[in-house]
Design a protein around this ligand. Structure first.
Ligand SMILES: Cc1ncc(COP(=O)(O)O)c(C=O)c1O
Length: 385
């Protein structure tokens, strides 16, 4: 195709590339059925047939496709508030005043950026490696991203560097700190030192705590929200609740922060079917979350067995994925070895995520995990660099 000029486009966008979903999240045709898709931290289990039937019935009998969705999300927000209260033994308002819902938590991340930093008013702080969308979305909005590192052993944030960044970043100053609890890709929960630092940040800085993997870690900071109006918590239905295809995320925060998020979101950001699915998932949470103990025991098995491989350094995990790196000096060319490791796993039929000098592997079904172990061993046995 001939290249044309689009002189009306913002000049800074020229340097970005469009977010490309990993091959495993492409259309069904491009993903051979035999791949174990362990690269995006989804649940390996689809919704049970009886819930799909219930949703199909709702689609046929209740949803009027010619009508706009419920743009206020009141029923869903109330149901989420109840779940949040019950799962963290606290009592925020049960009326949804503490909740805003988004088209995936990705949408909420963008809304938070729009509400805080747009127009040259603020920068964001992240600690790499971490979830990439904070930086990607900030850049597409022209918001500067300040990145600090982490301890190479336990992946704790470099708190000295983070504090220095807060004190020294000007024009614009840091307005938002993003942390993930537990972090992706490194799978570690926030440490006591990290928490103490987050608590020390004053009311001029928004602290976003992304608890996308809460149902696996069972640790939450929701209980602190009442004392900390500058904190917000993000959660998603894409992981433990098995609804990645339907794009539902939510934010828990002080009602005033929620009111701001409501101001900047699109009026009908969630399709009626997604709202219905999230409600069905919450009503059937006991059934859906029954698979979590198996995921946790499978995670322990994966970590134990893969840690016995002399070339691998496997991190402890509080999420539904594990993170591993090659031990220093196990190969002459570590980067090339890791790249080949990743590619060979793919050739054998296991998709994992190659990220920040390591591999992130989702805990799958029992059968998938057994194949992961066999394939990792097979690849390592023949890896020469
Ligand atoms: C830390 C973290 N936050 C948010 C998301 C995105 O969630 P959603 O599907 O709700 O947009 C992910 C997805 O992988 C994630 O790892």
């Amino acid at each position: 195709m001939t290249k044309i000029m689009l002189p009306f486009i913002r000049s800074d966008l020229a340097q970005f590339t469009a977010y490309k979903p990993h091959p495993s999240s492409d259309t069904a045709e491009s993903v051979p059925a035999q791949f174990d898709r362990l690269d995006t931290n989804e649940s390996p289990h689809d919704l049970p047939p009886e819930l799909k039937e219930k949703l199909a019935w709702t689609y046929q009998q209740v949803i009027e496709t010619n009508r706009y969705p419920d743009g206020g999300h009141e029923t869903l927000k109330d149901a989420i508030a109840q779940y949040v209260n019950e799962s963290s033994a606290i009592s925020l308002s049960n009326t949804g005043a503490n909740i805003s819902v988004g088209n995936g938590s990705d949408e909420l991340i963008r809304s938070l950026l729009i509400a805080t930093c747009l127009g040259g008013e603020g920068s964001i702080l992240i600690a790499n490696p971490t979830f990439s969308m904070y930086g990607i979305l900030a850049q597409t909005l022209g918001i500067p991203v300040v990145a600090v590192g982490r301890n190479e052993t336990n992946f704790e944030i470099d708190l000295k560097a983070a504090q220095a960044a807060i004190e020294q970043t000007q024009n614009p100053p840091i307005r938002v700190v993003f942390v993930v609890h537990p972090n992706s890709p490194t799978a570690n929960s926030l440490t006591a030192a990290e928490l103490a630092w987050l608590r020390s940040l004053n009311e001029h800085i928004l602290v976003v705590i992304d608890e996308a993997y809460f149902e696996f870690s069972r640790t939450t900071l929701v209980g602190e929200l009442a004392q900390r109006p500058n904190w917000v918590i993000l959660r998603t239905f894409s992981k433990a609740f098995r609804l990645a295809s339907l794009r539902v995320g939510y934010c828990v925060a002080h009602p005033e922060a929620i009111a701001i998020l409501e101001k900047v979101r699109l009026p009908y950001n969630l399709p009626s079917f997604s709202i219905a699915a999230a409600l069905v998932a919450l009503q059937n949470r006991t059934l859906l979350l029954e698979s979590i103990p198996q995921t946790l025991s499978e995670r322990a098995k994966l970590i134990e067995i893969l840690s016995q491989q002399p070339e691998l350094q496997v991190t402890a995990s509080a999420a539904n994925f594990i993170y591993l790196r090659l031990k220093p000096n196990s190969f002459d060319s570590q980067d090339a070895a890791l790249k080949t490791f990743h590619q060979k796993l793919r050739t054998l039929g296991t998709l994992v995520r190659h990220i920040s000098g390591g591999l992130r592997i989702t805990v799958g079904t029992i059968e998938e995990n057994a194949r992961t172990i066999n394939r990792v061993k097979a690849v390592l046995a023949n890896l020469e660099f």
